[in-house]
Design a binder for this molecule. Sequence first.
Ligand SMILES: O=C(CO)COP(=O)(O)O
Length: 262
Amino acid sequence: MSRKPLMAGNWKMNLNHVEAVGLVQKLAWTLEDKKHDPARSEVVVLPPFTDLRTVQTLVEGDRLELAYGAQDVSPHLSGAYTGDISADMLVKLGCSYVAVGHSERREYHHETDAVVNAKAAQALNRGLIPIVCVGEGLEVRKAGEHVPYTLAQVAGSLAELTADQLAKVVIAYEPVWAIGTGEVATPEDAQEVCGAIRGWLTEHHGQAVADQVRVLYGGSVKANNVASIMDKPDVDGALVGGASLNVDEFSAIARFYDLPSL
Ligand SMILES: O=C(CO)COP(=O)(O)O
């Protein structure tokens, strides 16, 4: 069993184009300068769609050790879907990842598990790795229902995938009450749900699949709290919002799995 940890920055709808270019360049430069070891962990950024072509030019042109992706994808292959962006379009832009089912899309765009499932399937069918986001709101957490609630989201969002596809998926556990609030889940909270997700995968899809799926934690991850959460056995990385917009914060998070410099 060897899962390569993944540190992903979800920029959401932030930064203008010039700032986006600057952030990618500074991030890549900092990782190189600090000798980030890509064999130990993968670093990914998820900029807005409108930045992707330029990010591609920078990453390919300068051979940067940085993977990137989009924050959403159409559940459809192509055709009359005004405003949608297809998986093929993202592949052409050099994307390797795409977030699907982020709680902000579930809430503001009424995305159901079935829609998230269709998006994940579309991504996988065209060669993208979906980062499937799940997680409970505050009411569910207060009622102590966070594990069954999140597992039901996992089941619904991955329902139509084959075992081969499932093994490639990344799942991000992002409790809604911890997103953008500064209220980070405790390492034990993160492990409880990430461990339950892996248990669910083992039960329904077997050990081999469960051992390969990377389960991330997201919600107010910062440079000063990343260590205690990543320390947990079923947490394989982080999905970072606010802190991914700051090069010092995010490069410190992204370098967590590197060996301490001598
Ligand atoms: O939603 C998130 C990442 O997708 C988390 O956002 P914050 O890190 O800003 O809490």
